[in-house]
Design a protein around this ligand. Structure first.
Ligand code: PLP
Length: 425
């Protein structure tokens, strides 16, 4: 019996489904347990080396345990790590965010993307004095009640896009539109717009595979939000610092009223952030009546790791490497599947991609759902056998990092070719 299998047996006795976050249980017949991560590699307790394209589901844009982050974190650990009082490093990280995101003038750090979204929605409601929010089918914004309605990511993978335990009274305040379809948004807003506090969207849908916004979609949302006096929340938990220093807002030239961040800004340590212009942010406690607090908010180690990560992104060619890696991977996989005559669509944005086994475009939840998820799972399995780790669910993204050098990508593509040949059989 492998060590992972033994550990999974033990885990199932004390952890629900043997895991602490559902998608981890999607690896069959059992999840591999990890011993170590270094650069582009994960090392399992069974002695395997895997090239990692999951990267902790997005945060590790520099790969595993990058030297500058390790150095800063180690240095800080010696000084203690929780004070219940402010630190210089949270100011430094907030300053970076304010420079990179012109729509943000003030920041509040929390501990996860979900907490950031929760704070953003409360702020939007406090600011507009309205009750409802509008989200998009297939978008995932964290495991919180307001947005667990027709959600993507693990919620979709395990067939529970709308969770049990969310009271109907809460769910009915969440309106759901179709991604990349401004008419569906306008239609809902025409009827309910005067009670909609915010439109919340993933600027690139990254939790139903990867689905980029169509030309004009985000700008259209900006206009509709303004027309009806609702706020636009851009959930940049994935895209922030992944599409580049200014996130999706700079990449697509659109500006949020409220931005949520997470993942990369903690360098792989737990983090979330909400940011907006002063008028909105100053409604937050201690300045205003919208409550937010947290024992671990602005945790010094997360702040140090996030700051060190952003400094590397600012001062090196890390983005060039990570972007080239994602582009070459998308092109290479496209070539392989085309040569083998396997129907497929590959959606790409800088440092992220996903393959769908379907024909035609994948532009929303409906077209993504037509993808042959079983074939995707088979690809995942065949790749895993060959030492390549992509997410076990079609409803996640393939991420690249600055540790994915040309050699690593070419090695991956060789294995992808072999794995794809098995799909063809
Ligand atoms: N928003 C988006 C777009 C996400 O992808 C996620 C998580 O994957 C979240 C919010 C929630 O973040 P967290 O898992 O840190 O709570």
């Amino acid at each position: 019996m492998s060590e992972s299998s033994r550990l999974y047996g033990e885990a199932q006795r004390v952890l629900v489904g043997g895991v602490n976050s559902p998608v981890r249980a999607a690896i069959k017949p059992y999840p591999f347990f990890v011993k170590e991560g270094k650069g582009p590699y994960l090392f399992t307790v069974d002695g395997y080396r895997l090239i990692d394209y999951v990267l902790g589901y997005g945060p590790l844009i520099l790969g595993h345990s990058p030297e500058p982050v390790v150095k800063q974190v180690m240095e800080h650990l010696g000084k203690g790590w929780l004070y219940g009082a402010p630190t210089e490093v949270e100011v430094a990280l907030a300053k970076k965010i304010v420079v990179h995101f012109p729509s943000i003038k003030k920041v509040r750090f929390v501990n996860s993307g979900g907490e950031a979204v929760s704070a953003a929605i409360r702020l939007a409601r406090g600011y507009t004095k309205r009750r409802k929010i509008l989200k998009f089918e297939g978008c995932y914004h964290g495991a919180i009640d307001y947005v667990l309605v027709k959600a993507g990511s693990a919620a979709a993978h395990f067939g529970t896009p709308s969770s049990a335990g969310v009271p109907e009274d809460v769910a009915k305040l969440t309106l759901v539109a179709k991604y990349n379809d401004l008419d569906s948004v306008e239609g809902i807003m025409r009827n309910e717009g005067n009670d909609v506090a915010a439109i919340i969207v993933e600027p690139v849908m990254a939790n139903y595979g990867v689905i980029p916004p169509r030309e004009g979609f985000l700008k259209g949302l900006r206009e509709i939000a303004d027309k009806y006096g609702a706020l636009l929340i851009l959930d940049e938990v994935v895209t922030g610092y992944r599409l580049g220093l200014g996130g999706a807002q700079r990449y697509y030239g659109v500006s949020a009223d409220i931005t949520t961040l997470g993942k990369i800004i903690g360098g792989g340590f737990p983090v979330g952030a909400v940011g907006a212009r002063d008028e909105i942010m100053e409604l937050l406690s201690p300045k205003g009546p919208v409550f937010n607090a947290g024992t671990f908010n602005g945790h010094p180690i997360s702040m140090v790791a996030g700051l060190a990560t952003i400094e590397v992104l600012e001062t090196t060619n890390a983005y060039d490497i990570a972007i080239n890696a994602s582009r070459r991977l998308a092109e290479g996989l496209n070539d392989i599947l085309s040569r083998l005559g396997i129907d497929h669509v590959i959606n790409w944005v800088p440092t992220m991609l996903q393959v769908f086994f379907t024909r035609g475009e994948v532009i929303d939840h409906e077209t993504a759902s037509k993808s042959n998820a079983k074939q995707y799972l088979k690809l995942h399995e065949e790749l895993l056998k060959r030492g390549i780790f992509i997410a076990p669910s079609q409803f996640e993204a393939v991420f690249t990092s600055s540790s994915h050098t040309t050699e690593i990508i070419e090695e991956t593509l060789r294995h992808m070719e072999d794995a794809a040949k098995v799909l063809k059989q």
